[in-house]
Design a protein around this ligand. Structure first.
Ligand code: SAM
Length: 246
């Protein structure tokens, strides 16, 4: 086991994740690491999958969880901005796990859910959607996540509510206007987190417990806002109530 994976969440994010180029808020990295650790502790097993790896910043959290649990980790990207060899040999060189990590080159819309299931071999317990920000592409990626996700899995949709990526917002709205088997349970700085509708209350409770335990500045601000009025830290959308960390 790579010693970096033995660091606590804060230590790993500081030593590894935050040194990789990309886009990720600290509180979102921390909360994601906690969600992944909970899956490991509760025996929720399955591959981890990211659409849109770039240099591997968020992917570094998925690699750590996959290595800890012995689960496979898949990344799909066009690698048009950071070439695949640079991702493996440079950005992820300290943590790359050749037996665990598979990077696939391509556009997500060129893959059906059946194509991906053939590669992943089991329903993924965690799916990160952070590839193209065009409406049709994101809608496709949401459909893939819905078709593939483990019954106790989590989907992270990046750049929701970002005014620079309105295609993501439009796709999320279209996705939730139609029949689907995912519901939002949290929005944490730039990422909307989804799960199966019957899991949403449980996922919210776990997330809020981790925020209540945390000494991070955003977590402290969340607790202060929640103490004034719980409605300050709740969003309502598509018939769901979800936890807001903004
Ligand atoms: C915002 S970056 C991803 C950031 C990354 N998740 C991180 O943690 O820093 C978007 C990535 O999606 C890739 N991409 C763009 N269009 C894509 C598509 N249609 N399918 C898969 N990946 C795509 C780009 O090459 C780029 O690396």
């Amino acid at each position: 086991m790579n010693n970096l994976f033995r660091l606590d969440h804060r230590g790993y994010i500081d030593a590894v994740t935050n040194h990789i180029p990309g886009w990720l808020h600290d509180i979102t990295a921390l909360v994601s690491a906690q969600m992944l650790e909970r899956q490991e502790n509760f025996g929720i097993r399955g591959p981890l999958f990211e659409i849109g790896v770039f240099a591997g910043r968020y992917f570094s959290l998925l690699i750590r969880s996959g290595a800890n649990a012995g689960d496979q980790v898949f990344g799909l990207d066009t690698f048009q901005f950071v070439a695949l060899p640079a991702v493996i040999d440079h950005h992820l060189n300290h943590i790359h796990q050749p037996g665990i990590v598979t990077l696939i080159t391509g556009r997500s819309r060129d893959f059906s859910a059946a194509d991906l299931m053939a590669r992943l071999a089991a329903p993924p317990r965690f799916v990160s959607i952070d590839g193209s920000h065009e409406k049709d592409d994101v809608l496709w990626d949401l459909g893939l996540a819905d078709a593939l996700l483990h019954e106790e899995g989590i989907v992270a949709v990046d750049d929701f509510l970002n005014p620079l990526t309105l295609g993501v917002n439009e796709a999320v709205n279209l996705f939730f206007a139609a029949k689907r088997q995912l519901a939002p349970f949290a929005y944490v700085q730039n990422k909307l987190f989804l799960c199966r509708p019957d899991r949403a209350l449980a996922e919210r409770a776990v997330l809020e417990a981790s925020i209540i335990d945390s000494a991070e500045p955003r977590a402290i601000a969340w607790r202060e806002a929640a103490a004034k009025d719980k409605g300050n830290v709740e969003g309502r959308m598509f018939g769901a109530v979800f936890t807001l960390v903004v």
